[in-house]
Design a protein around this ligand. Structure first.
Ligand code: MRU
Length: 350
């Protein structure tokens, strides 16, 4: 297991993040000291991945309250953080939870309480990751028993880099690896931000065998019988089970369906947006066209498209529930049509 590896450290009241824009070329850590630092880190994707974005926002709110903790300041800081990225619902979920905890407190108590709550939120996410790993492993085990080595395809990065713990899509992979199951991961790139590189970097650190592939190689490999199962993360899951995830996920789901390969989504319940009826209502982030016109190398960017080239750069797509075999959460794996069963109003934790 990859215990001890964290993309964010919050010790002694200070916040340090691993700058993911520098990976896999350099491992650089940055201090986050203010609300603006936190907002910038999220917007510029120094931190990324739905759960980690939520956790960073929670700490960002705590930092803001050290400066001003009035009702107005709390609302303004939450609004500034919420505006950083639109698709990952964990951001809004974390901020709503922080506000619900902090608003009833007198302003003088808010900053410390906010820091504690952010720490708690991070620990809770790590625990959810661990449970997702176990529930996902139960799905992988029977597939592994039929083969010598289980070949798993994933997309983007949904590992420890993207969360408070072990990852979402990669948690079952780490659990299988730790259980002695032979796994081989196809880490699919995600043009334009090339986040398969992050997965390859992360898997290498965990000694998990893997192969990096271009986004467009996925269909070919599935059709050629080289993949046993596909597991991806999610940035927002609508109430009907439609899944928003990194752009290119939908094509993988289509290819998996065509090739008869199980396609699973792994995410904590904080990624399920019960107020969002279907994928059509999920806001899809459109990012700067320069991300596509430039290609990042180890030390520099290279221009591959003229600045005047018109670009569409949607960062996410929606995979319809019908293409998803199961959604793996900390409360178990369910078909996408049965998400409501994951929530219990009688429980304190919902
Ligand atoms: O744009 P990003 O990197 O913040 O995208 C989010 C993701 O990392 C992926 O879509 C991931 O599969 C889901 S979040 C664990």
């Amino acid at each position: 297991m990859v215990s001890g590896l964290r993309p964010l450290r919050a010790d002694d009241g200070q916040l340090l993040i691993l700058d993911q824009t520098q990976l896999p070329y350099a491992e650089e850590w940055r201090w986050i000291a203010t609300l603006d630092d936190a907002a910038r880190a999220i917007r510029d994707m120094q931190v990324r991945g739905a759960p980690l974005i939520g956790i960073t926002a929670a700490f960002g709110l705590a930092l803001a309250l050290r400066v001003q903790a009035s009702d107005a300041a709390l609302a303004a800081a939450a609004a500034a953080l919420a505006a950083t990225r639109p698709t990952a619902v964990n951001l809004r979920w974390a901020l709503a939870r922080m506000q619900a905890r902090l608003a009833p407190l007198p302003p003088s108590m808010r900053a410390d309480a906010a820091w504690d709550e952010a720490q708690f939120l991070a620990a809770e996410d790590a625990a959810a990751n661990r449970a997702i790993g176990e529930h996902g492993l139960a799905l992988l085990r029977p597939l592994a028993e039929r083969r010598g080595t289980l070949r798993v395809m994933t997309h983007c990065n949904a590992g420890w880099l993207a969360t408070g713990g072990y990852g979402t899509a990669l948690a079952p992979v780490y659990a299988a690896h730790a259980a002695g199951i032979a796994v081989h991961v196809y880490a699919s790139e995600t043009r334009p931000r090339n986040q398969g590189l992050l997965t390859a970097w992360e898997l290498a650190r965990g000694d998990v065998p893997h192969t990096l592939i271009a986004d467009n190689a996925a269909g070919h490999l599935m059709r050629a019988g080289k993949v046993d199962v596909a597991i991806v993360g999610a940035d927002r899951i609508a109430a009907n089970g439609d899944v928003a995830n990194k752009i290119g996920t939908y094509l993988k789901a289509l290819a998996a369906r065509e090739a008869g390969i199980p396609f699973y989504v792994a995410a904590p319940r904080s990624t399920i947006d019960r107020d969002c009826p279907s994928g059509e209502a999920i806001p899809i982030e459109e990012r700067d066209g320069e991300e596509l016109r430039l290609v990042r190398g180890a030390f520099a960017y290279a221009r591959v498209a003229e600045r005047r080239t018109r670009v569409a750069n949607p960062a996410f797509d929606v995979t319809p529930a019908a293409l998803v075999g199961a959604i793996v959460t900390e409360r178990g794996a369910v078909p996408p049509g049965e998400l409501a069963g994951l929530f219990d109003p009688a429980r304190r934790d919902g």
